[in-house]
Design a protein around this ligand. Structure first.
Ligand code: NIG
Ligand code: FE
Length: 412
């Protein structure tokens, strides 16, 4: 099966093989071809280039992309798409003046979602979650990381990870699963932190490893949640089971967590609304990808990740949604890219690099996702007719996507 796109106004993010991420100054450049063709064979990118080099191909489905932009699908490296119910009441409570912290201290927040998750059947959670997954695929996401972390019990965490496994099996989109048992301390372990961490390490992790349910391990390293030392225990245990760390850190406070994550060779550190000079130093020359989540900053009114400062220090940056019921009930990467431009002063080139190639790095998918490269998965977004790709973040509330292709097939 072959599909040939012709007359593409701008073909974005064209890269040779072997580039896994782009750092600081490199992010300003988004390699593109004007008036291009793109050939898809089965589920892979087979060829691309300027229209004058376009081959004649028998039996290919021909798509005229005149006036349209084509780019790789978004790579959303941080989500909590699997959850039960919602938290609309907390949304209204925040409007009326309560903070995220105050809501958590009253037993809401993550513990509220945990209560709902544990009271809902696996089938029901699957049905609720698949709607969200189908929705983000239509919005141009072609790879997604999904975390557990609303179970906080052995059974609850396994239930979430089994739902993620079913989603992996039933959808063409690439999915990576992250075990986030260390999301919050359940009430019964409020004064027995080491007891809960023992449960994670001695009960949850071996079962998860046995069923091969997780690709990564995560913890919420934050004042009032998991300390640096507690997170180190989690990362250490994850390592023993072959699970690289991706850590929630520096969302509200900076407590030297980033240096610890780098020490444990975390694949990514995510949130980073509060970043110190020491944090930036720790990330320099490391293999750890910083990930910003601007929809979260937007939704709960906290600072935005200081992207310019970090990129000027030479650091790469990825962008993801953080789709979850508490701090970001949205999985729209188009909004994330626009918000990064508008609020974080990233250029459209930088934001698109962050949401594609650097996102792929942050979920260990650089070999197959994140750029228009021969041999990578045929994952593409084709826009409606637009003047240039700048229009994507510029018309921030609109959906300018005409078609999404995932692994060679159009999303219906
Ligand atoms: O990434 N910060 C920790 N975890 C989630 C929010 C979880 C929740 O409120 O349900 C986040 O923002
Ligand atoms: Fe998160």
């Amino acid at each position: 099966m072959q599909t040939l796109f012709i007359n593409i106004k701008e073909l974005l993010q064209v890269r040779p093989k072997g580039i896994s991420k782009v750092s600081g100054s490199e992010m300003a450049i988004l390699p593109k071809i004007d008036n291009a063709f793109l050939l898809i064979k089965d589920n892979e990118i087979a060829a691309f280039g300027p229209m004058e080099n376009c081959p004649t191909i028998e039996n290919a489905t021909l798509i005229d992309a005149s006036g349209k932009v084509i780019l790789p699908t978004w790579v959303d490296s941080h989500t909590h798409i699997v959850y039960a119910g919602n938290r609309v009441q907390e949304f209204v409570d925040r409007i009326n003046g309560l903070s995220y912290e105050e809501i958590f201290n009253r037993g809401g927040g993550i513990l509220n979602s945990s209560k709902k998750l544990n009271a809902t059947s696996e089938d029901d959670i699957y049905e609720q979650s698949k709607i969200r997954l189908e929705n983000v695929m239509k919005l141009g996401t072609g790879a997604v990381e999904i975390k557990s972390g609303y179970g906080l019990t052995v059974e609850g965490e396994l239930k979430m990870l089994r739902v993620i496994k079913r989603l992996k099996e039933n959808y063409p989109i690439a999915i990576k699963a992250t075990f986030l048992g260390a999301h919050a301390f359940p009430l019964e372990y409020k004064d027995n932190h080491s007891g809960y961490i023992d449960l994670i390490i001695n009960e949850m992790l071996p079962k998860i490893a046995e069923e091969n349910l997780a690709d990564f391990i995560d913890a919420f390293l934050e004042t009032g949640y998991f300390s640096v030392a507690e997170t180190e225990r989690i990362m250490e245990a994850g390592k023993k089971h072959g699970l690289q760390a991706k850590i929630h850190v520096n969302q509200f406070t900076a407590i030297n967590g980033i240096a610890a994550c780098v020490k444990y060779q975390a694949l990514s550190v995510d949130h980073l609304e509060i970043v110190t000079d020491e944090d930036i130093e720790a990330l320099k020359n490391s293999e750890t990808m910083p990930v910003a989540l601007p929809s979260c900053s937007y939704f709960i009114s906290i600072p935005y990740t200081p992207a310019r400062k970090m990129m000027e220090a030479g650091l790469p940056l990825a962008l993801a949604t953080d789709y979850n019921p508490g701090t970001t009930p949205s999985g729209n990467m188009n909004f994330v890219v626009a918000t990064a431009c508008i609020k974080m002063k990233m250029t459209p080139e930088e934001a698109i690099n962050a949401a594609t190639i650097n996102g792929a790095y942050a979920m260990n998918l650089s070999e197959t996702h994140g750029s228009i490269t021969i041999g990578k998965k045929a994952n593409i977004i084709m826009t409606k007719p637009i003047t240039s790709f700048y229009q994507l973040p510029y018309e921030f509330g609109d959906n300018l996507i005409e078609k999404v292709m995932i692994e060679g097939k159009f999303v219906e």
